[in-house]
Design a protein around this ligand. Structure first.
Ligand SMILES: [Fe+2]
Length: 387
């Protein structure tokens, strides 16, 4: 553990955990000064009945609301523009994001657009590219993967360029996150699998990149351990105990990577989602073992730690042998929860390979990868994952 290096830790969101806590959203919004809220969500969340309890509780709390339910997977610029227009038309003064990363990211970036003169979303790409704080924002995650409830990141897709725009700013941290496992028990198994594997990527990438710190280390290893233990039963039957562990693990991983960032797993997965619409968690999960094999030699000790956290018996093994077990553990977890071993089932081919490699290198996480990486190596990883 390196305690000789200066590092920064920031996590301004207040977190409330527990079954039923999402029903306090109205009271929480009032505490933040809100008088009418725009709920940013998607039709899947609405159709699954997840929203109804929250709407009822908002009514009981005397908090008027308008619902924007047009969030898409890999949300586009249009989603943000529509949500911002509805917010203004309905005279809202606060935001409630209910859903997975797509809904929460849309709510975050909508807030940034609203309070920054409708700035072009493309001009917000990168870190700290706008000036004014967003309106009060509360989020309620309904998947167990993105960690968006505790990150300073919003990812919005420019559909014309097939490019996911990363928008990072400390102003878009939600003020409060209501983490209510009871909302996730009816989540379909494949969604639990893909979002849970996304959370594993967050923790694993955070733990093995070049920007680690002791606080993130603790959160990341705990998250890896919990996901290894609870993802399978959460996918199998969504029982409250398993899903509550998963949503907590997702939040822990989010807190970790919000402070350390990631590696090239996400850098390679965003173009896969941008060009082919592959769900974010699936793209990450498929790519993860290929990239772990590439990254092992960058920090054998940390990959050996991952193997141990995933329950592998590393006693008496060399560091390399133990590190390799982390790849095996991830492959087995992918297989058990129904994630394919390649991107082929999703129609990913070499058609856009050059552009995908180009977009990979736009990621700020490239420089944090534990192994230096060039275009030929990224091309080779993509090719292996497409077979
Ligand atoms: Fe992710």
């Amino acid at each position: 553990m390196d305690l000789m290096r200066t590092y920064n830790w920031e996590m301004p969101a207040r977190l409330v955990f527990g079954p039923g806590c999402s029903k306090t959203a109205g009271e929480e919004l009032k505490k933040l000064g809100g008088s009418k809220v725009l709920i940013v969500t998607d039709r899947g969340v609405e159709g699954a009945g997840v929203l109804s309890g929250i709407l009822e509780a908002l009514g009981n709390a005397g908090m008027p609301y308008t619902v924007y339910n047009g969030v898409e997977p890999n949300p586009s610029i249009r989603c943000v523009q529509e949500a911002a227009a509805l917010y203004r038309a309905e005279g809202c003064d606060c935001l409630l994001g209910v859903g997975g990363g797509s809904a929460m990211d849309t709510a975050k970036v909508t807030g940034a657009v609203l309070n920054n003169g409708d700035v072009d979303i493309r001009a917000m790409e990168g870190v700290g590219k706008f000036s004014n704080p967003i309106p009060p924002l509360i989020v309620v995650p309904t998947t167990c993967g993105t960690g968006s409830e505790v990150t300073l990141t919003g990812m919005i897709t420019d559909t014309e360029r097939h490019y996911k725009i990363p928008i990072l700013h400390r102003f878009i941290f939600p003020k409060v996150a209501l983490i209510d496992g009871s909302l996730l028990t009816k989540l379909p198994g494949p969604v639990v699998a893909s979002t849970g594997m996304d959370a594993l990527c967050h923790a694993l990438e955070s733990y093995t990149n070049l920007n680690t710190n002791p606080i993130s280390d603790a959160l990341d290893l705990k998250a890896i351990n919990m996901i290894s233990q609870w993802l399978r039963p959460a996918v199998a039957n969504g029982n409250l105990e398993a899903i509550s562990h998963m949503v907590l693990a997702s939040t822990l991983a989010g807190m970790g990577f919000a402070n350390t960032r990631l590696t090239i797993v996400h850098a390679l997965s965003h173009p896969v989602s941008g060009f082919y619409g592959v769900p974010h968690g699936v793209a990450n999960a498929v790519l993860l073992p290929y990239i772990m094999e590439f990254n092992l030699i960058g920090n054998l000790q940390r990959f050996a730690d991952v193997a141990k956290a995933m329950g592998e018996d590393t006693f008496g093994l060399t560091e390399m042998e133990a590190a390799k077990l982390s790849v095996k553990a991830v492959q087995e977890l992918n297989q058990d929860v129904g994630i394919p071993s390649t991107l082929k089932p999703y129609g990913v081919t070499e058609q856009h390979l050059d552009a995908m490699v180009e977009d990979t290198f736009k990621s700020g996480n490239i420089v944090l990868n534990p192994v230096r990486v060039n275009r030929e190596q990224v091309t080779a990883i993509y090719r292996r994952a497409m077979q």
